[in-house]
Each structure stands twice: as structure tokens, then as C-alpha cells.
Design a protein around this ligand. Structure first.
Ligand SMILES: Cc1cc2nc3c(=O)[nH]c(=O)nc-3n(C[C@H](O)[C@H](O)[C@H](O)COP(=O)(O)OP(=O)(O)OC[C@H]3O[C@@H](n4cnc5c(N)ncnc54)[C@H](O)[C@@H]3O)c2cc1C
Length: 426
């Protein structure tokens, strides 16, 4: 064992430290575009041990990368010549009135499966693996975020351990951790808001001809039906990837609602009144599940066809029509786009040769910025967007990040190299 691994074993327990080939599963990301080499992997079982690990590393200026479910789509949790601090063993879970207190390593599905009549109103395709700590650190969004907000809106309290080993809780902990991608400290637990589960979930797919119409339809339906919780856009090129794709072309919008009304008719009516060309309304739970399975399966389909570049775009919601229209033109040539339409968070998945990656990413993110958007979107900056940050026009957001980083991690040991702009708008 290396000297560092031996020391970490003394702090966390010998069985809680991996190195060499045992570290391999922690050293690449979900897309396998990002790989690295860890100094050692350590799995602390409580906040006290996290504090001891961090202060050991801080005293010796050893870089640390926190890793939860490792579902980051921007290579944010892959250690490179750093200690990988995995939160897997921080797995406490306690229901406290209308809230839930969860260890950083608990998955979203793990929480919602345990909650029974209530749920944390957040949903992402990686729900089975993404953890509380990772979702706080990335301020995860997802399908429900236009109705319930992003992860940061659901956090009532949390604990973050700073590099010195000091523990912060309460309001200060919130702004030192949410969306900061593990660059200031390690989240060890969070108290999350829950909402009562509704008795029925309805879903419908609407075909639309152009992206502007898609946005107007989304707005019109959400203005009419209060219980809508997601409006997901899927471009015509992605729809065509499904064997069972209906003929006739067009882009698709997936709407879903949670309600106490057993009848889905009001959702169908709102879609037709809003101008949808044709609508398929799920008639039972199986059909709802089938529609969502198709939407959730997009990443996997793209992965097999590609793998694609994963590029999330963040533009003002009103600009989504212009962005999608441009993505579909020959000038850009990548119509592989889906995402959370009313939030302005769209995921673009160009399947291109690696040597063209930077050129295409630069063109797409430049377009987003020209439309009033931001360089970093819902997945965070991680390693993937490092070279794109020079396109950022909101320089104050980057300065705010550096000021916070200098205050809480002056030795720059936490996820070094990651710059997570702190935006105040869009
Ligand atoms: C199929 C699929 C669908 C997805 N859909 C969405 C989506 O709709 N919306 C969305 O926002 N994201 C989505 N993602 C991206 C990803 O799931 C989220 O970013 C998620 O929040 C990451 O959680 P994680 O536990 O896997 O974190 P990791 O990937 O392990 O880490 C992500 C970042 O958080 C930091 N981190 C992890 N744990 C901690 C901690 N305890 N303390 C401090 N920092 C920490 C890491 O250092 C890294 O910078 C998707 C990913 C996949 C694979």
C-alpha cells in the first residue's frame, strides 16, 4: 500500500480504502469519455471520518474529489491524481415530519422508495444511482424542476465538511455547497422537503411541427392545467431512432401531471386547445410508464448509436425555439436534442468524431450565449466545460466562484480545476 493509502486506512479503517486495480470502477465516468487515476479511494462511514480525511489531505495539499453515484455527464466526479472520497457509506435515512434527512450517499430512488405516501419532487433519469450529495453539489434539475424547482429549492438544511475538517450547517452551508460541484467541501447529509404523493399520474405525447410551436403549446397547457409537472421535448431526429416511431415525422412533447383526478381527459383537451397536431393520451398506468420509459431510454439509445458528446444548453425559456431551430439546420447539423423545454435546459447529443468535438461544442455554446444563455447548464461545468468557460459573458459569476473558493478552500484541494460559475439569473 502507498503511504497515503496506509494513512487513510488508519483514519477510515483498512477495509474502507482501495487502491490500484480495486480503484478502477471509480476512475471513469458514465460516458467513459473521462478517465483518471486516483491516489486512493476512501469510503468514510460518517461525517467525523470525512472531516479527518479532509484535514489530513488539506495539511498535505493532496487533491480530493468527492464522488456520489458517478452519474455526472461532465466528468465532474472522476479523480485525476487525487484522493477519491466516495460517499457510498453515508447512507442514513430518517423521515422527520414532512421532510427527510438523508446521508449524502443515499440515492434519489432510495429515498422515494422509502417514503411511502410522500416523495421528494425531483426526477432525473439517473435516479437509481444519483445521490443526495451529488444532486446538491450539481443543483440537479430534471423533468419536474419547472414546477418544484431544482435540488437547491428542496434543501432545507445540510451539513458540509470544509477542507479544514470544520462542519457547517444552516444557511451558510447551503450557499457553500449547492451547485458548487464539490469545490468547497463535502456534503455529508441533507434535509429535503417532501410533498404528498398524488393518487394518479397522467401522461400524453403531442406531435408538433416546429420548435416555436412546441414552446407555445407547453406554455398554453401549463397555464390551463395546474398539476402539470413536466414538459419534455424530443426532436424529430431522436423520435426516428425508436423502432416503434409513429410515421409522419414531427417533434414530440411529453406532458405529465400528478393529480387526484382519475380522468386524464382535461390533459388531452388542453393539448388540443393549445394547437397540438395530434395527441396520444395514456389511458392507464402501463401506458404512462411506457411513455416515460421511452423518454428515459433516450440516453441509452444515444449511447449505443454514439457515444455522443453530452452538451447541456441553458438559454432563457423563450429562446428554446430559436436554439432548436438552429440546431436542426445544416449549419449546425445536430438535431439530437431533448430536454426540459420550459426551463430552457436542453441536452444536445452530437455524434461526431472526437477531433471535431471542441469545434462543435464551441459553436453550440456560443449560440446559447448569443441567445442570452449561459455556458454552464444543469449538469454543471465539471471537466467537460473547462475549455468552454472562456465563452462566458457573465464574468461576475466566475469572480463570485473564485472568491468563495478562495475563502473556503484556500489550498485548492477540492476538485481542483473545476470552475462552477455562480449565476444570479437565467
Ligand atoms: C441517464 C442520466 C440522466 C440524467 N438526467 C439529468 C437531469 O435530468 N438533470 C440533471 O440535473 N442531471 C441529470 N443527469 C446528471 C447527473 O445524474 C446529476 O448531475 C446528478 O446530480 C449527479 O449525482 P451523483 O451522485 O451521480 O454525483 P457524481 O456524478 O458522483 O458527482 C457530481 C459532482 O458532484 C460532486 N459531489 C458528489 N457527491 C458530493 C458530495 N457529497 N459533496 C460534495 N460534492 C459532491 C462531485 O465531485 C462532482 O463534481 C443525468 C445523468 C444520467 C446518467
Amino acid at each position: 500500500m502507498s503511504a497515503i493509502a496506509t494513512d487513510l486506512g488508519r483514519i477510515a479503517g483498512a477495509g474502507a480504502v482501495f487502491e490500484k486495480e480495486d480503484s478502477a470502477p471509480f476512475e471513469h465516468d458514465y460516458t467513459r469519455r473521462f478517465t483518471g487515476r486516483s491516489v486512493a479511494v476512501v469510503l468514510p462511514e460518517n461525517a467525523t471520518t470525512v472531516a479527518a480525511v479532509l484535514s489530513y489531505c488539506n495539511d498535505r495539499s493532496i487533491p480530493v474529489v468527492a464522488q456520489g453515484g458517478n452519474t455526472s455527464l461532465v466528468g465532474g466526479a472522476v479523480p485525476d491524481e487525487a484522493v477519491c472520497l466516495s460517499t457510498r457509506r453515508l447512507d442514513s435515512l430518517e423521515v422527520v415530519g414532512g421532510s427527510v434527512d438523508a446521508g449524502a450517499g443515499v440515492t434519489l430512488a432510495g429515498i422515494n422508495d422509502a417514503l411511502g405516501q410522500r416523495e421528494v419532487p425531483l426526477d432525473i433519469g439517473s435516479r437509481d444511482s444519483a445521490t443526495v450529495g451529488g444532486m446538491v453539489a450539481t443543483n440537479a434539475g430534471g423533468a419536474f424542476s419547472f414546477r418544484f424547482g431544482r435540488m437547491g429549492h428542496l434543501v432545507q438544511d445540510l451539513q458540509v465538511i470544509l477542507p479544514t475538517g470544520e462542519s457547517l450547517e444552516g444557511d451558510e452551508a447551503l450557499w457553500v455547497a449547492i451547485g458548487l460541484e464539490g469545490t468547497t467541501g463535502v456534503v455529508t447529509r441533507a434535509r429535503l422537503r417532501t410533498v404528498p404523493r398524488k393518487a394518479f399520474r397522467h401522461a400524453a405525447i403531442a406531435r408538433v411541427r416546429d420548435p416555436h410551436q412546441a414552446f407555445l403549446l407547453g406554455r398554453s397547457v401549463t397555464d390551463t392545467v395546474a398539476e402539470i409537472d413536466s414538459v419534455e421535448f424530443v426532436s424529430d431526429r431522436l423520435v426516428a431512432m425508436f423502432e416503434a416511431a409513429p410515421s409522419g415525422g414531427g417533434h414530440f412533447l411529453l406532458f405529465s401531471s400528478r393529480t387526484d383526478d382519475p380522468d386524464p381527459a382535461s390533459l388531452g383537451r388542453a393539448l388540443l386547445d393549445g394547437g397540438a397536431d395530434d395527441v396520444e393520451l395514456a389511458q392507464d398506468d402501463n401506458q404512462v410508464l411506457r411513455m416515460w420509459a421511452a423518454r428515459d431510454g433516450l440516453n441509452e439509445k444515444l449511447h449505443h448509436a454514439g457515444p455522443p458528446l453530452k452538451l447541456d444548453c441553458r438559454v432563457p425559456p423563450e429562446a428554446t425555439g430559436d436554439l432548436i431551430e438552429w440546431l436542426l439546420t445544416d449549419e449546425c447539423g445536430t438535431g439530437n436534442v431533448f430536454g426540459h423545454l420550459l426551463e430552457g435546459n436542453l441536452h444536445v447529443n452530437p455524434i461526431v468524431a472526437e477531433e471535431l468535438a471542441t469545434e462543435i461544442e464551441t459553436a453550440i455554446i456560443s449560440k446559447c450565449v448569443a441567445l442570452g444563455g449561459r455556458v454552464v447548464g444543469e449538469h454543471g461545468a465539471g471537466r467537460a466545460k473547462r475549455h468552454l468557460l472562456e465563452l462566458e459573458t457573465d464574468l461576475a459569476a466566475i469572480e463570485r466562484f473564485h472568491a468563495l473558493k478562495a475563502r473556503f478552500d484556500p489550498n485548492d484541494i477540492m476538485n481542483p480545476g473545476v470552475v462552477a460559475p455562480i449565476y444570479e439569473s437565467v
